[in-house]
Design a protein around this ligand. Structure first.
Ligand SMILES: [Zn+2]
Length: 519
């Protein structure tokens, strides 16, 4: 694999060549030294307008974080916002940005771009091609507020970006998917497999924007599942980065090399911010994907995947990280400081893994044919959309020897025995008659579920208990694919309950956000 050398040395080679040429000319025409000096300096300024004296100081974490806190868009507070909610926010920026409708989604919703800056280097950033991947969209609106600010301590940086870059943003490329908070568009097509055929109008909008604008750099902004980790470590991959390949051989040309250098600079900041929580996404070539094709079409393309961060279910921390790393990257492109990094720095970023589980229960005893077997069980809880928000569905992903996985939460269950739970015999009027205290007491008595007379199936609740309305029984178990509903006993005592994949410590219950539903 070819590696790009540090381009700075090439630049200085070019300069010395230029100096020698000038010297030869000077010798020939008997020019005087001061003239020669002026010429050399003029050449220097022309070739490298941003010498170190005119550069603002490097962006520190503190400065970037302060910029975020002041410019954060207050109208966006969680992951699920609609296309309609974004429209007034886009219009708010129509004075300082050039706002254009690029086209419409399958269901006729406008897709807009916002353009800002007068510089020679064009950068295009697009988000939410997958409707339920909204983290970066929030960060883009924070960035709009930042870019539009005036006369504060960031004015120097803003002026620099404005003079060096022309930025084109396309927030929420898939409005229909976003409104249903699902990955695909209204045609049920994955836009990231539609870069060549352009079946979907949304794909056409993106391709057309690229062809019109011809960006030198592109930022392809996504979210990845929270189960991605930095390979073979328990650390969640909060951010994963990729310079997508432009061919099967995953070769490196100047275009991809620049993306790699930019990513290496971003990684340096991220390692300060979230040490060990940055992964390099797999670079297998996907001939239908946008990132891969953008790279092929000549735009140095950087993929940012926002993953999980402990306790940040609404991804507001990761939104901040997105803002900071995007601003840092734009600064790197505007000052060309990405040239300080090599493709080797990029390859040094550890790979992504897919080894995280929400809950890993180690060595619990399960019964089979009158014998007990110690098994690890690996559980994930996945989001399901409901009319009012979302609930989680627990599932046993795998069991046996689970040492290749890491639990976001882990329980050493050696000595604890599996036990089935029961349904409480008395029917309650509604969920309002239940409290967390009561739920815990039922669990201690071996009851995993209660029945209610009124209530809407799929209604979300936060009780550590199964609530049944349209059914009188529930499924549970420890085998693969089972809904993890069971108890763990220590002697006669029910020590833990596992309810829809949530671990409930019955001795020392901890505060946790539970999203169960009525069945
Ligand atoms: Zn995606």
């Amino acid at each position: 694999m070819a590696r790009i050398k540090n381009t700075k040395s090439e630049f200085f080679t070019f300069l010395s060549f230029f100096q020698i040429t000038l010297k030869l000319i000077a010798m020939h025409f008997q020019w005087r030294k001061p003239v020669l000096l002026v010429l050399v300096w003029a050449a220097l300024l022309a070739a490298y307008p941003l010498n170190s004296q005119t550069l603002p100081p490097p962006l520190s974490l503190e400065k970037l974080e302060a910029a975020y806190l002041i410019h954060r868009e207050p109208a966006l507070t969680h992951r699920r916002f609609t296309h309609a909610e974004l429209q007034p926010l886009i219009q708010k920026h129509a004075i300082n940005f050039s706002v254009r409708e690029l086209g419409q989604s399958v269901l006729g919703k406008p897709i807009s771009s916002l353009t800002w800056g007068m510089g020679p280097t064009r950068v295009m950033l697009w988000s939410q091609m997958h409707g339920n991947e909204s983290t970066a969209t929030m960060a883009l609106f924070d960035l709009f507020n930042f870019l539009e600010g005036k006369g504060d301590e960031w004015q120097g940086l803003r002026d620099l970006l404005h003079a060096q870059l022309q930025l084109k943003f396309i927030p929420m490329l898939n409005p229909d998917g976003a409104d249903a908070f699902k990955r695909r568009n209204a045609l049920d097509i994955d836009l990231n497999r539609d870069a060549i055929s352009l079946i979907s109008p949304e794909s056409y909008v993106l391709k057309n924007a690229r062809d019109d604008f011809e960006p030198e750099f592109g930022f392809n902004l996504h979210d990845q599942q929270i189960y991605y980790n930095v390979v073979n470590t328990p650390k969640q991959a909060t951010i994963s980065l990729l310079a997508p390949a432009y061919n099967e051989a995953t070769e490196i040309n100047d275009v991809r090399g620049r993306a790699m250098q930019t990513i290496a600079g971003m990684n340096q900041l991220l390692q300060e911010l979230i040490p060990g929580q940055v992964g390099k996404y797999d670079d297998a070539f996907e001939p239908r994907a946008f990132g891969d094709n953008m790279q092929k079409w000549g735009t140095s393309t950087i993929l940012i995947e926002s993953g999980g961060y402990l306790g940040d279910t609404e991804k507001q921390e990761i939104r901040k990280i997105n803002f900071m790393v995007l601003l840092h990257a734009l600064h790197g492109i505007a000052t060309k400081s990405y040239l300080n990094y090599s493709t080797d720095d990029y390859f040094a970023i550890p790979d992504n893994g897919f080894q995280l589980m929400d809950l890993l229960i180690e060595e619990m005893q399960v019964p089979m044919q009158g014998k007990w077997y110690p098994i690890d069980i690996a559980i994930r809880r996945r989001e399901v959309e409901s009319n009012k928000g979302y609930y989680l569905n627990g599932s046993v992903e795998d069991l046996g020897d689970m040492q290749v996985f890491f639990g976001i939460e882990t329980l050493d269950a050696s000595g604890l025995k599996y036990k089935e739970g029961k349904v409480y015999p008395t029917v309650f009027e509604s969920i309002k008659d239940l409290t967390e205290e009561k739920a815990l007491e039922f669990l201690r008595q071996g009851f995993l579920a209660v029945k209610v007379r009124s209530g809407e199936p799929r209604q979300v609740h936060g009780l550590p208990l199964l609530v049944l309305k349209s059914t009188t029984s529930f499924s549970g178990g420890w085998t693969s694919g089972a809904v993890p509903n069971f108890l763990l006993t220590q002697g006669e005592e029910v020590r833990y309950a596992v309810v829809n994949g949530y671990l409930i410590d019955l001795k020392q219950p901890k505060a946790q956000e539970i999203r169960n539903r009525i069945y």
